[in-house]
Design a protein around this ligand. Structure first.
Ligand SMILES: [Mn+2]
Length: 386
């Protein structure tokens, strides 16, 4: 069986459910996952006087530590499901979510319908499992596709240069001052799980977060009282690095990037974005801060091509989730797991396609038994609630 949805469809909903932080996890470069543990959280610290030093953001490229060598599956749901299970164990019941996935996956689904197709875009290839009445969506990792180039390295370098691993009072001065020489990698990750939704659809989204702007609040840890989850969304920020703007074409390209960055942050409620601008020689020129909520007005008001994109993004998000939940049967929580592929190549067809993977096929067995998708610990936990 298969179903199609035109990328031109739009729903009526124009607002999101307020995202709330459910918990967090840290994944290390050696592929260990620590649930509700912020050991990999970074703190932004880059005083203005450092901007003038014109740091070379290509410095140390040859020493880059690529996670694809140490992490089995960069698209794993292990940490995200770990947070969900931890919260459910504390509350003694299942979270009422319809769809569980990553923010990056939703961003890709939205971009496929809203942004003009770009020549080097990958077709969308997602895996879907329906288990315990909920829809889980996973991306497929292709390590050979995302080898790091100097321009993409500058993004990681900018993060390493502008953040510290602990709040400033707990850092020794030397470690703060030697950040420019620090080895850069993409293995350590801090991620959050957020509850949000659109229309009638309740979502749990996992999202990597670059750091906090100021500080993080922790729960009281009072052994007698109830566990109080602290929502830190207001403290989080997204870091980006891009080429400085010298002409109109650069400005238009930057506005396209701003749209994608807005989407990335808006979906999970990250309120601040800090952009580093570098020149063609990779030297950091300026640093600018933006408020996520201001971007639609800022970009949409003078870029006619992006004017309706912000609203359309939400309307398509609503239509997509509504359609997915319409075509996927999930009334019976104890029913056998169903598997699908969700694919789209906007350069070839104007459709999103959902294709059922027949149970008993090799592909089905592989998806259902993939420990990086729904791991046995999570499945056992959910079955214990039946
Ligand atoms: Mn970033």
């Amino acid at each position: 069986m298969q179903w199609g949805l035109s990328l031109r469809e739009r729903g009526d909903t124009t607002t999101l459910r307020q995202p709330r932080e459910l918990g967090c996890y840290s994944r290390t470069a050696s592929d260990e996952v620590y649930v509700n543990d912020d050991r990999n959280l970074s703190y932004y610290y880059f005083p203005d006087e450092l901007v003038g030093r014109q740091f070379n953001l290509s410095h140390g490229f040859e020493r880059f530590q690529d996670r694809n060598r140490t992490i089995r599956d960069t698209c794993s749901l292990r940490g995200l499901l770990g947070v969900i299970q931890d919260v459910e164990e504390k509350r003694g019941k299942r979270l009422s979510a319809d769809i569980v996935t990553f923010r990056g996956i939703i961003r890709k689904v939205i971009s496929a319908a809203i942004e003009p197709p770009r020549r080097n875009d990958r077709p969308l290839e997602l895996q879907v499992l329906v288990f315990d009445g909920q829809v889980f969506i996973k991306d497929v990792a292709y390590p050979e596709r995302d080898s790091v180039t100097v321009p993409s390295f500058t993004g990681y370098k900018f993060e390493t240069l502008t953040t510290i691993p602990r709040p400033l009072p707990y850092m020794d001065r030397e470690a703060v001052e030697s950040r420019f020489e620090k080895t850069v990698g993409n293995g350590d990750e801090y991620a959050i799980a957020v509850t949000t939704g659109i229309g009638a659809c309740k979502m749990v989204l996992g999202a990597e977060v670059d750091g906090v702007f100021d500080f993080k609040e922790h729960s009281d840890g009072d052994a007698d009282g109830p566990v109080r989850a602290v929502d830190n969304l207001q403290h989080y920020l997204e870091l980006k690095c891009t080429m400085d703007i010298r002409n109109e074409a650069d400005a238009a390209a930057f506005e396209g990037k701003m749209f994608r960055t807005w989407l990335q942050c808006f979906l999970v409620g990250v309120p601040r974005i800090i952009y580093g601008f570098r020149n063609r020689q990779y030297l950091l020129q300026t640093v600018e801060e933006y408020t996520t909520a201001d971007i639609p007005q800022m970009v949409g008001s003078h870029n006619p091509q992006l004017h309706s994109a912000f609203r359309d993004a939400i309307r398509w998000y609503g239509r997509f989730t509504e359609w997915l939940l319409q075509v996927i049967p999930r009334g019976d929580r104890q029913a056998t797991t169903r598997a699908y592929r969700l694919v789209s190549d906007p350069r070839v067809s104007g459709k999103l396609q959902l294709i059922e993977v027949p149970s008993g096929s090799d592909e089905y067995t592989e998806m259902v038994n993939n420990e990086e998708f729904l791991n046995s610990g999570f499945k056992e936990w959910r079955r214990s609630l039946w």
